[in-house]
Design a protein around this ligand. Structure first.
Ligand SMILES: Nc1ncnc2c1ncn2[C@@H]1O[C@H](COP(=O)(O)OP(=O)(O)OP(=O)(O)O)[C@@H](O)[C@H]1O
Length: 570
């Protein structure tokens, strides 16, 4: 009972989603679909009347004939109209859902969410089925409404012949539907629980077909490996699905046998009635047609309400995602970043037992130039992500102008940060758009500053959009241009922004950076020790801890740091 309540609540939510997409479209469908659903019963009824009146030799047979013709016309006109309107409604529904997903993603302030496999599963379920689920939602809702109205009107018609037959149909229909829903729910759960496997299967296909993997996939000949891995995953997934299908078929068969027996029995009963003269010949025509129509409507109802149920479970996942609230940012707006203070910062990535940062305390003043160095995995990028307020420290505080970063409005803080990440994004828009994202400003100046003056802002990027591709270093320069474009930035965060640059470009990068960021704070991570001389202070990290935080000359007294520095020149 509880399940049914939630089913109807979901159905209601589904209808609200349609209405939100298009009020008029929904309104017209609400009018047309019931009319369409009543037409078959009307047609059967008028045929019965025509036959009865004809056997009586009455002139009314002509009026019923005209009524029949009008209904036939309606039954032909309405379907193309409902198809066109539901197509229109589907398009808007998909656009609305996509917009909502973009908005929802923008609410995610703390990137920890993306480290959560369950969240990924939910997002994947919603996203991967987004292209066809809204269509199903509309199609199956409409066909179910149609079936229910048709079935009810046919049952009323049948009730006129025998009172027990409609009852028998309902008695067969209810348990049949209940069992079907149960199986459908199991099937959906199997689908959802197997989602990680399905994602892995999709990933294998991506490796085979995606341009990013094309080189290594061939030179390391991964295709046989992909095929074998795919079959292993496929069998593990489909064993379970076949089991569900087999049960579904068995139950459907049992119910078809029962309902056929009930129909045959009632038909024979009616033949006896007509032969004994209790009922007229017109009745038997009407009865036979309405019985066939009622059985097919009840089968259709079970099948399609099953599919609607499956679609509603997808809708439930989508609504769950929409209702999920993410960490709220603070409310304090800042206009400057005068001081950054880290107080005993400890950080664990989600589900990790090892701390990536441990007991970090330091202070950075406005305008200071800080280089961060340390071996791979020492926590440099993690520290930068915390400073960019993309992750929240597990323990300790980050204070900006002596205000806890958690209290500061994230958009206001992010507006002051110009970052270049190690794994920067390669946006496949025009060069101008992938720097400014539609804002006004001097894109050309940023291109010039980052050493990409040979490109115009109109250049389309990405082969998949018939654009051009860039070299590794040029992509990195584009990420740098994005940071330089942010003219009112107060804090520059560069994570190995020089890693793909040639020596000359690297020199130029630091020169421009120091020129552009004069009086502003710059923090950069580097493995190339030449740039540490530009820094006011060097932060030397090891295993997530601070080994030293001082001017380069002073740090050289630390033998560990000195050997790190010296080894590069050797
Ligand atoms: N998303 C993540 N989930 C779990 N652990 C992570 C994640 N990212 C990094 N780590 C771990 O955190 C530690 C610090 O990583 P981090 O990327 O900050 O190092 P790094 O000093 O920037 O290294 P590199 O010089 O190689 O870029 C490492 O042990 C790493 O394995």
């Amino acid at each position: 009972m509880k399940k049914f309540k939630s089913y109807f609540l979901l159905l209601f939510e589904g209808l609200r989603t349609f209405a939100k997409a298009s009020k008029w479209g929904t309104f017209i469908l609400v009018i047309l679909v019931p009319i369409e659903a009543l037409v078959p019963t009307g047609i059967i009824f008028s045929i019965q009347k025509v036959t009865t009146e004809l056997t009586k030799g009455s002139a009314f047979s002509m009026s019923w004939g005209i009524f029949w013709a009008v209904l036939l016309l309606i039954s032909n006109i309405i379907p193309p109209a409902t198809t066109a309107i539901s197509g229109y409604l589907t398009d808007i529904l998909i656009a609305n859902i996509n917009q909502k997903l973009i908005e929802k993603s923008s609410e995610i302030k703390n990137l920890e969410v993306f480290e959560d496999a369950e969240f990924y599963n939910d997002v994947e379920t919603v996203r991967s089925e987004l292209s066809w689920r809204p269509v199903n939602l509309i199609v199956f809702t409409l066909s179910n409404v149609r079936y229910i109205i048709s079935l009810l009107s046919l049952l009323i018609l049948l009730f006129n012949y025998t009172w027990w037959l409609p009852l028998a149909i309902i008695i067969v229909l209810v348990p049949q539907s209940l069992i079907h829903y149960r199986i459908q729910q199991e099937a959906f759960e199997t689908l959802v629980t197997r989602r990680p496997e399905a994602r892995k299967m999709n990933y294998l296909l991506e490796i085979a077909l995606n341009r990013d993997y094309a080189k290594e996939a061939r030179l390391f000949n991964v295709f046989n490996f992909l095929k074998k891995r795919y079959w292993t995953l496929f069998y593990s997934v489909h064993k379970e699905e076949n089991r569900v299908r087999l049960r579904q078929f068995g139950i459907a068969l049992a119910f078809i046998i029962v309902s056929s027996l009930v129909s045959a029995f009632s038909f024979i009963y009616l033949i006896f009635q007509v032969r004994s003269g209790t009922l007229s010949i017109g009745i038997i025509v009407g009865f036979a047609s309405s019985l066939v129509a009622a059985i097919s409507a009840s089968n259709g109802l079970v099948e399609e309400s099953d599919l609607l149920y499956d679609t509603l479970m997808w809708l439930e996942k989508y609504l769950k995602l929409m209702k999920r609230s993410f960490d709220k940012s603070g409310n304090i707006k800042i206009s400057e970043i005068n001081q950054i203070k880290l107080e005993n910062i400890m950080f664990f990535y989600p589900n990790e037992k090892r701390a990536s940062l441990c007991g970090i305390s330091l202070e950075i003043k406005k305008g200071e130039k800080i280089a961060i160095v340390g071996q791979n995995g020492s926590g440099k990028s993690t520290l930068l992500k915390l400073l960019a307020d993309l992750f929240v420290p597990t323990k300790g505080k980050i204070l900006i102008n002596n205000v806890d970063l958690r209290e500061i409005k994230q958009e206001s803080y992010w507006g002051k940060i110009a970052p270049v990440f190690q794994d920067f994004s390669k946006f496949k828009f025009s060069i101008g758009d992938s720097i400014s994202f539609g804002k006004m400003g001097e894109v050309e100046k940023a291109l010039d500053f980052s050493g990409l003056a040979e490109f115009t802002s109109e250049t389309q990027l990405g082969k998949e959009f018939a654009g051009t591709d860039l070299s590794g270093g040029q992509w990195q320069k584009l990420a740098i241009a994005r940071a330089f474009y942010k003219e009112n930035a107060e804090l520059y965060l560069f994570d190995e922004a020089n890693s793909a640059l040639d020596v000359q470009s690297e020199k130029q990068l630091y020169r421009k950076l120091m020129e552009l960021a004069s009086g502003k704070t710059v923090i950069w991570i580097t493995h190339r020790m030449t740039s540490v001389k530009l820094a006011d202070k060097v932060l030397y990290l090891k295993d997530g801890r601070v080994i030293g935080f001082d001017a380069h000359e002073n740090l050289l007294k630390n033998s560990d740091y000195a050997s790190l520095y010296q080894e590069q020149f050797d």
